[in-house]
Design a protein around this ligand. Sequence first.
Ligand SMILES: Nc1ncnc2c1ncn2[C@@H]1O[C@H](COP(=O)(O)OP(=O)(O)OP(=O)(O)O)[C@@H](O)[C@H]1O
Length: 257
Amino acid sequence: MSPLLQVEGVTKRYGARIGCEGVGFDLWPGEVMGIVGESGSGKSTLLGCLAGHLTPDTGRILYDAGAGSGAQDVTAMPEAARRRLLRTDWAFVHQNPRDGLRMNVSAGGNVGERLMAVGARNYGAIRARAGDWLGRVEIDGARMDDRPSAFSGGMQQRLQIARNLVSGPRLVFMDEPTGGLDVSVQARLLDLLRGLVRDMGLSAVIVTHDLAVVRLLADRLMVMKSGRVVETGLTDQVLDDPQHPYSQLLVSSVLQV
Ligand SMILES: Nc1ncnc2c1ncn2[C@@H]1O[C@H](COP(=O)(O)OP(=O)(O)OP(=O)(O)O)[C@@H](O)[C@H]1O
């Protein structure tokens, strides 16, 4: 088995300011990697580089070395190929559902659109599958023709998740997937996400401030500070016995927000 994603020496600067620096790790099929760190530590910059939203200044991001055609370097990929990956093999769950949904398209349309992007053409089958996925994310099928703007924040986030997962991606990027929601809504969403990640055997990279999110979802953890990875390890190990003083501070709740 080879890693699904091989990240080597990824650095991204904004002028003189460091976004992230020298980040490297392997993500294995079926593995969930959590990235934690205080605000400004470089989590979003790194995720943006991994998902092809940002171009790193240096480094390589190799996707799917196990494929017959060999690994593709995401940083060197033509724009059209990267867009295709983002519509098919990859998915990106934004913190704000508005960034990941089409707000003026019905809930069913939001989910169906992703199916069409991977080649589905039969209207009845697309609608049935979309309805099935609304059910999986606990949205009443009767709301299928409603627009997401008529949904609560938690429902919108569940719809965004359905839209992202319906096409059976292999790799999902998530940026604070439970951020901005009520605590009770967060807990339910987290439970739902955990079930889906497990059932689908998804590989994922999850950025969050919230250590409860990584405790539940992530197999491994990377702790970032000032753009660099200061500690990495199995989630329980890092959370229960952090080695780096910064991770100790983070875990000891001083930095938990
Ligand atoms: N578009 C930008 N232009 C200039 N500097 C930026 C830009 N985006 C991020 N930075 C800087 O890069 C560093 C890392 O920011 P980043 O947003 O990646 O951190 P983060 O850990 O995701 O923070 P948060 O949790 O608040 O989203 C910070 O110093 C930030 O000020």
